[in-house]
Write a protein that binds this ligand. Structure first.
Ligand SMILES: Cc1cc2nc3c(=O)[nH]c(=O)nc-3n(C[C@H](O)[C@H](O)[C@H](O)COP(=O)(O)O)c2cc1C
Length: 260
């Protein structure tokens, strides 16, 4: 393996941090690598908000599904899908009036623009993860940033054409994460050739085997589940945080897509 592949294979989500702040050089190295991420049309359809204020971190530890470790991460980066900057730029450059003179129909950012901006934001986020990893700085994504949109909108002053894509916690690992690395599904379940293929009941049985082995640690499955897949369904898919995430995302979309 070369050093880049080695780094990717060894990375694990880090949730326990050495409290030492990241140096300015480290933050600069991560951010400058991040801004080199591929970006649709070179438009950089994302914004990054650095969060170092302890009161803000404490608040996020609550609003992102009560995950206390967020408050102890020395550095947080919030990645927003962002079309607002381009809409402001288009307005400042007189684009709509010129389009009208030319008979070109104008429009507002739609679903496609949002998805593209979301891709941009996530690609930038993962570039930051890999850059940090190369400096010995661990990270953990927080998907729950999609929840509680009204609160996050107010906390970060988010304008209409933004969407919180990912929150990332960064810090030097305080110690090795407990237990073995989280297993992945076998490649045959993830990588298809030329077209999508749904799995047979037998294959579906085999699909969750690596997680089944981990689940032997359970004496009893939680929440009344009778197997590991039911445990996932009850702990994740039907959980309150998933329901809140969907409610919140719907509100963001409603706001983004409403007629002006
Ligand atoms: C989109 C996304 C959202 C995630 N959200 C959370 C989260 O809210 N809290 C958390 O502790 N880990 C979160 N994670 C980390 C995953 O739990 C972790 O990547 C997964 O268990 C695999 O472990 P590994 O990264 O150590 O290989 C998230 C990861 C991704 C990619």
């Amino acid at each position: 393996m070369n050093p880049t592949l080695d780094l990717i294979h060894k990375r694990r989500s880090i949730r326990l941090y050495d409290p030492t702040p990241l140096s300015e050089q480290e933050k600069d190295a991560i951010l400058s690598a991040t801004l080199r991420a591929p970006t649709a049309g070179a438009m950089m359809l994302y914004t990054i908000i650095e969060v170092e204020d302890q009161a803000l971190k404490d608040r996020l530890a609550e609003t992102c599904d009560h995950q206390p470790f967020i408050a102890s991460a020395p550095w947080l980066l919030l990645f927003l899908a962002d079309y607002q900057r381009w809409m402001d730029l288009y307005a400042a450059a007189g684009c709509e009036s010129r389009a009208a003179e030319l008979g070109v129909p104008t429009r507002k950012p739609g679903e496609g623009d949002l998805f593209l901006a979301f891709m941009d934001a996530m690609i930038a986020a993962h570039t930051a993860v890999i850059a940090a990893e190369s400096l010995g700085i661990g990270s953990c994504y927080i998907g729950d940033i999609i929840e509680q949109w009204e609160t996050h909108q107010a906390l970060f002053n988010l304008p209409r054409y933004t969407f919180p894509a990912a929150l990332l916690c960064f810090g030097r690992p305080a110690k090795e994460p407990p237990g073995p690395p989280v297993p992945r599904f076998e490649r045959r379940f993830i990588v298809h050739k030329n077209a999508y293929r749904r799995f047979t009941p037998q294959e579906l049985d085999e699909l969750h085997l690596p997680f089944g082995i981990r689940s032997l640690a359970y004496k009893e499955y939680p929440n009344g589940a009778q197997n590991i897949v039911q445990a996932n369904y009850l702990r994740k898919f039907t959980a309150d945080f998933s329901i809140e995430m969907t409610r919140s995302a719907k509100e963001i979309l409603k706001n983004w897509l409403q007629e002006a």
